[in-house]
Design a protein around this ligand. Structure first.
Ligand code: ZN
Length: 880
């Protein structure tokens, strides 16, 4: 799965929710196998499913469905009660082996149904036949509907989303990843519509009313969260790659917009066939586009039938930016990586979700680097590391491997620790054992556990066998305990062509810097102009002689998950030589030192000096990071317009030469990343309210310039117009959004409305979100985009209309949605408001995102109080 992509103006993004470990309930599994007994479960282990045969009849118009399922089961010990998962299902008949009916009792809180029989059911094989009905949701959980408008009127398509555990909303089931079974699925499909599932169609029976019953081929044994169904007026384009039929499925008429994803997938699948050493195991692989959006996710790796929201699957030449084209490739690579790592081999329980997601994220970067080196995706690993450390450096963090028991905890686990720290740790471990040994280990792991379930330890075992290196110990340090190591570098004298340093391990913390540091074995790669030195800081300290006497870089190549604190003298040399460093180290050093400056370990001026030393022709991703830092400082000065204006002049002086170099118009044969950078620089300058940039964007908008109606800058220009909008321009954007037929464009336009800087317009956006106008899945995005600029306004509004707003959000995202709105606030009063909200509406386990938001608000308040004056002094010293 990929979390939802949020609007990327130069504004703040919603912080992701998170979760702390909680007590795991003991599995009630006296007769299960020893291996299975170690796997947590919320269900009794006296019965297990062997195969499901589902026949579903959706009633899309009335948002409900009826269904029957035959489940072949094995009863492991005699019992008169069979308990499985079910949520929002009603049962009309439950029958065992054709002749024994059951009484049904529902536990809504536990999301289970229990079937009680008059006498015990004997051990052995049986068949459960269940007739039941359920609801079609309007948010993406279980079977859900997405509505859109075509030339000939309103349309409704149906899709499923079962991760985290929502298959139970579609079929009564043992809805836990460790229960792998084959699935047979049949569905009644209205005349003129198509259906897609994990497997190809096996046959269809026409019915008198013109509808068809479509049956799909039996799936391989798989986990329930990977089952998929889509029904609607669909187009499908296909190609073949390495013997596999690859498809992209869209709403009718949009098929060609899937061409980029189709061609990309056709390159990715053979690359993974080779990397994993096991060919893609199903006869076909579709990627199914759904209009609209979700607060919870952007794409989902259902086996053989990936689902993606249109915004990260379809390319519309009129609106798609170069950055988005690259994201589409990378998201497809992530989901396709899961087809092996996650689907063919599946985590036993959600505790190891990180391995699924961290690995897919890491693999997507790796595949993209191999297939599109010109995009330089490895440079983005710094951004991933920073996203993880941002969460991991507050006391509200949690270990990568966490104990998860409840549905609420599982939903909260899809956060930057799981994804980005997971990716960072895997990057570090691969670097430690070497690329070839790592791949050999992965191949062994996939071969050994295919069609099975695993825990993290199974991967470490395979990697250790392949590499002969003690990976497990390192992995445990970084996955079983929370937090971020800090390596303090001392010494630095040069003699005999060697730089001698002492590396001392502490812990990087933004809200408890003087606390007792945890202990890690930290693999370090250092370089000082000569050969790189590899060592491990163990037991808190290491002495190292680094070949060379040039500027010393301790996290050379940036594969390590830690921060590095240099002496002022070392920083001076790094800054002096900054322009000549490799882009990866430039980006990593800048990010590292900026964070250390904001946390108070050193002056924020150290990073600003580095940014100052970047030449105009430096790598485009370095400039993206500099632009992001300039935007964040601008934001820090929001309560001090005079100083903000002075800072903005400095920022404009830095960014204008870059814009002059790139120009407003794409140039023939320019580098793809320059096209991305153009959008980022313009967006940042629009956010800084640069008069020339805002005037030009408004001029183009008012004149209906071709660059506003179509083309790669359209979204950027509209974003600048929206952020700086007056009432007339906002209204014009709103009419554009309302009248837009293409759901992809419509969603983007509505999000832009929420980006208005003027609080009165932000309020109008919020009011609009509660009307039917934007459409069910756009409304929460509208509120979310308001929170990027006006977190306090958005939170107050959502709290005042809490029930209505929660109805607009996926079930799995509700507890963290309001906290996420507030988390960008810099107002100490918001801490009290969040406390009150959490106390009143949240449970001890669902309040974790609120606690995390509170921690980041406190940190922001501290930075503005303590660190901003230093930035002001740096700026004044520079000017003087
Ligand atoms: Zn994923």
């Amino acid at each position: 799965m990929r979390p939802a992509l949020l609007l990327t103006t130069a504004t703040l993004a919603l912080a992701l929710g998170a979760c702390d470990p909680a007590q795991r309930s003991a599995p009630a599994a006296p007769s299960a196998t020893a291996a299975a007994a170690q796997v947590p479960s919320q269900l009794p282990r006296n019965v297990r499913p062997l195969r499901y045969s589902i026949s579903a009849a959706p009633d899309a118009a009335n948002l409900r469905f009826s269904s029957s399922v035959a489940i072949d089961i094995e009863v492991l010990e005699a019992t008169d009660t069979i308990t499985l998962n079910a949520a929002d299902l009603t049962f009309s008949s439950v029958n065992l082996d054709g002749d024994r009916s059951a009484r049904v009792s529902i536990d809504a809180a536990a999301q289970t149904a229990s079937f009680r029989f008059d006498a015990p059911v004997a051990p052995g094989r049986h068949r459960l036949n269940i007739d039941y009905a359920g609801v079609i949701n309007t948010q993406a959980a279980g079977l859900f509907a997405l509505d859109y408008t075509t030339e000939s009127g309103q349309r409704r398509a149906l899709f499923t989303q079962f991760e985290a555990p929502d298959a139970r909303r579609f079929v009564p089931s043992w809805d836990e990843p460790n229960f792998r079974t084959p699935y047979d699925l049949a569905v009644v499909v209205p005349a003129g519509q198509q259906a897609i599932s994990n497997m190809p169609e096996a046959g269809r029976e026409p019915r008198p009313d013109g509808s068809n019953v479509i049956r799909f081929q039996t799936s391989p044994a798989m986990s329930s969260y990977l089952l998929f169904l889509a029904v609607g007026e669909l187009d499908r384009i296909t190609t073949t790659a390495a013997g596999t039929e690859i498809g992209v499925v869209t709403r009718r008429g949009a098929g060609e917009q899937g061409r980029w994803a189709l061609e990309s997938s056709a390159r990715i699948v053979p690359w993974f066939n080779d990397y994993f050493g096991t060919p893609y195991p199903l006869p076909k692989l579709d990627n199914v586009a759904g209009p609209g959006s979700s607060q919870f996710f952007g794409a989902m790796e259902n086996w053989g039938a990936i689902f993606s929201f249109e915004s990260i699957l379809l390319v519309d030449p009129a609106i798609t930016t170069e950055g988005r084209r690259q994201s589409i490739f990378e998201v497809a690579a992530h989901e396709i990586a899961h087809q092996w790592f996650g689907n063919l081999v599946t985590m036993s329980w959600w505790d190891d979700l990180w391995l699924n997601e961290g690995f897919a994220s890491w693999m997507a970067t790796k595949a993209t680097a191999a297939l599109h080196p010109e995009w330089e995706p490895l440079l983005d690993r710094v951004a991933g590391r920073e996203a993880a450390i941002t969460l991991d450096s507050l006391q509200t963090t949690h270990p990568v491997v966490q104990r998860l028991t409840t549905v609420e905890q599982i939903s909260q686990a899809f956060d930057a620790i799981t994804y980005q720290k997971g990716e960072a740790v895997i990057t570090m471990l691969e670097d430690y054992v070497g690329e070839d040994a790592w791949r050999r280990g992965v191949r062994t792991y996939i071969r050994r556990h295919r069609l099975g379930n695993t825990q993290s330890e199974d991967l470490w075992r395979a990697i250790e066998e392949a590499s002969g290196r003690p990976v497990r110990a390192l992995a445990h340090d970084f996955t079983m305990q929370p937090g971020v190591p800090l390596i303090r570098v001392e010494g630095g004298t040069c003699s005999g062509g060697q730089t001698r340093v002492t590396l001392r391990q502490g812990q990087f913390s933004r809200d408890n810097p003087s606390g007792q540091a945890l202990s890690w074995r930290v693999p370090v790669i250092a370089a000082a102009g000569g050969r790189e030195l590899r060592t491990i800081v163990e037991g808190g300290v290491a002495e190292a002689s680094v070949p060379g006497c040039g500027p010393l870089i301790v996290n050379y190549g940036q594969a390590g998950y830690y921060r590095t604190l240099y002496t002022p003298a070392m920083l001076g040399r790094l800054t002096e030589g900054f322009a000549r460093l490799r882009p990866l180290d430039q980006i990593g050093l800048l990010a590292d030192n900026w964070a250390l400056g904001l946390a108070g370990y050193q002056s924020p001026g150290a990073a600003l000096d580095m940014a100052d030393a970047a030449p105009a022709n430096a790598n485009s991703k370095l400039w993206e990071r500099i632009a992001a830092i300039l935007a964040s400082v601008h934001n820090m000065y929001s309560a001090d317009p005079a100083r903000q204006a002075r800072f903005d002049r400095y920022a404009a002086a830095r960014l204008t030469p870059i814009l002059d170099r790139l120009g407003w118009s794409p140039r023939a044969n320019e580098r793809a990343n320059d096209a991305v950078l153009r959008g980022e620089i313009l967006g940042t300058m629009g956010f800084l309210r640069d008069p020339a940039v805002v005037a030009e964007a408004n001029r183009r908008f008012d004149a209906n310039d071709p660059s506003v109606t179509a083309g790669p800058l359209r979204q950027t220009i509209l974003g600048i117009v929206a952020y700086n909008a007056d009432a007339a321009r906002w209204e014009r954007l709103r009419v554009m959004a309302r009248d837009e037929r293409n759901p992809l464009v419509k969603g983007q336009l509505y999000q832009l409305l929420g980006g208005a800087r003027d609080p009165a317009l932000a309020q109008r956006t919020l009011d609009l979100a509660l009307t039917a106008e934007p459409g069910a899945t756009n409304s929460s995005q509208l509120i979310g985009s308001v929170s990027g600029v006006h977190p306090d306004l958005a939170f107050d509004f959502a709290l005042a209309h809490r029930e209505q707003v929660e109805g607009l959000v996926d079930v799995s995202s509700r507890s963290r949605f309001l906290s996420g709105l507030a988390s960008g606030s810099a107002d100490p009063a918001m801490v009290e408001k969040l406390e009150a909200y959490a106390t009143r509406y949240l449970t001890p386990e669902s309040r974790r995102p609120a606690d995390r938001a509170i921690a980041s608000i406190r940190d922001r308040v501290r930075v503005r109080r303590d660190r901003l004056p230093e930035i002001t002094r740096w700026l004044e010293a520079r000017r003087g």
